[in-house]
Design a protein around this ligand. Structure first.
Ligand code: HEC
Ligand code: HEC
Length: 427
């Protein structure tokens, strides 16, 4: 099997799961009143939906042909150090872990993230991030490694530059770097490194300085910078959820183990699960073992008044196509044929105005607030938001039957069963 087919196969298997879950949901929408039924008796089609959401169905991590170090344990160990190193910031205080702390599912508890300044969006959890095709709420990056390079040069996040980053690698990590990547290019005269410069910054002075560096040194600095991203990505990929109570419940359902079912989820939680895959139609988008289809939807979350308008995915299509660190760029390890997702990207901007990535619901109860700008404080308020969408305002995907307060409580109880410990590369 060639590289392209392999990549495509991984992606299409995720898609088949999504389509399967979608059609199952359609079949189940005429569910009978949950209080009157044998809660644990699932039909074959319902069992298929449960199995599609089960963590045991999480495929092995898809390869990232654009990052040939993605599976390299030394790169992951190095990336982990970089992830926690706050020297890569303008005030020596911000690391990736500032906003993505381990003990909070690699997310913070703020509506809008804080680094050197305040961002206009909420921090996303990193759980299962290695499975996505697009990154950020709007998907403006097409790989985990190119994603990692964004926050470093964002003035409100790390407030750093790629030249400063290369200096830190030279000074503090030369051996680790040289062991994994081709040796740091000799072409890099010391004086070029001392320039605080960046082509991607909003600051024209930094861009001007970048252009004073000779092209071969710029390439060398970009190489070191891209490799930093590749090491960080090798670490972030390893962050995956452990089985939750919900997963244990599904295992019991699949082996007809009544006792196992009752000991892993209580009646309210099971009622919530029935609603989630049935009447409430949540599995129209929250599909597969990570409870996301990885796609972009405008579900009508109101824009915060004090922030500039955010058009979400519609603006990101242009950005990812123009990104020097994308799959087709010269720092990518992929061949053209590996970049089908980018080459055949859906460019229908109209469709994606105000659309954001469907977030995973793994561990969702543990990381309020919610939505792309932290607009909603609690899980119950998220459910009220879905319930209160007027029939005329909601898309067909969100066209669930009327949900009662009690039903919302059941769904909330179910969502709490998705919490579990996380697993990630230890060193
Ligand atoms: C100032 C806080 C902050 C810092 C520092 C930060 N992030 Fe983030 N992270 C965010 C925010 C906010 C988003 C969503 C941004 C957006 O959509 O525009 C995000 C999104 C992400 C995503 C996308 C997840 C997904 O599902 O698409 C990944 C991966 C990630 N960050 C990794 C990192 C790494 C690696 C670093 C360090 C190099 C880092 N972050 C530093 C706040 C931060
Ligand atoms: C049409 C696709 C779609 C459907 C159907 C849908 N969601 Fe969502 N969900 C999304 C998207 C997209 C977001 C993020 C929206 C944003 O931030 O603007 C989201 C956000 C959430 C969040 C917040 C998670 C976070 O980390 O911020 C929760 C919780 C949630 N959905 C649960 C549900 C439940 C429960 C249902 C069923 C009642 C449901 N969703 C139905 C697409 C959908």
């Amino acid at each position: 099997m060639n590289e392209l087919m392999r990549g495509e196969k991984m992606k299409s298997s995720c898609r088949i799961l999504a389509v399967l879950a979608f059609s199952m949901t359609a079949l189940l929408s005429s569910i009978s009143p949950i209080d009157a039924m044998d809660l644990h008796a699932w039909s074959d089609s319902e069992k298929a939906v449960l199995q599609s959401l089960w963590i045991g169905n999480l495929p092995t991590l898809p390869p990232d042909p654009s990052n040939k170090y993605a599976e390299n344990p030394k790169a992951a160990a190095f990336g982990k150090k970089l992830f926690f190193d706050s020297r890569f910031s303008g005030n020596m205080k911000v690391s990736c872990a500032t906003c993505h702390p381990v003990n909070r599912n690699f997310a913070d508890n703020l509506p809008l993230a804080h680094g050197m300044g305040r961002t206009d969006r909420r921090t996303m959890t990193l759980v299962g991030a290695g499975y996505y095709t697009w990154f950020f709420w709007d998907g403006r990056k097409d790989s985990l490694w190119s994603q990692a390079l964004g926050p470093l040069e964002s003035p409100v996040e790390h407030g750093f530059t790629r030249t400063q980053s290369a200096v830190i690698i030279y000074e503090h990590y030369p051996d680790e770097y040289n062991e994994i990547f081709p040796s740091i290019p000799e072409a890099l005269p010391e004086h070029d490194l001392s320039v605080v410069a960046s082509p991607s910054s909003d600051d024209p002075a930094l861009l001007k300085k970048w252009l004073t560096i000779p092209p071969e040194s710029r390439d060398a600095i970009n190489d070191v910078y891209a490799n930093m991203g590749k090491a960080i990505a090798a670490f972030v990929r390893t962050i995956v959820p452990e089985p939750s109570r919900f997963d244990r419940y599904v295992e019991a359902v699949m082996s007809n183990d009544n006792e196992g079912m009752m000991s892993s989820m209580n009646n309210s939680e099971v009622k919530g699960l029935r609603l989630f895959i049935g009447k409430a139609k949540c599995t129209n988008c929250h599909t597969g073992p990570l409870f996301t289809n990885g796609d972009f939807h405008n579900i009508g979350v109101p824009q915060p008044q004090n922030l500039p308008p955010d058009r979400g995915r519609a603006e990101a299509i242009r950005k990812v196509l123009a990104d020097e660190f994308n799959c087709l760029g010269k720092f990518s390890d992929a061949g053209r044929r590996d970049c089908a997702e980018l080459r055949f990207i859906d460019t229908d901007m109209e469709k994606y105005i105000g659309a954001f990535k469907t977030p995973t619901l793994r561990n969702v109860a543990d990381r309020p607030p919610y939505m792309h700008a932290g607009q909603i404080d609690t899980l119950m308020d998220v459910l009220r938001f879905y319930r209160d969408l007027k029939p005329g305002e909601r898309s067909a995907d969100l066209d669930h039957g009327d949900l009662t307060d009690l039903e919302l409580e059941y769904i909330e109880a179910f969502l709490k069963t998705l919490s579990s410990d996380l697993r990630f590369a230890a060193n």
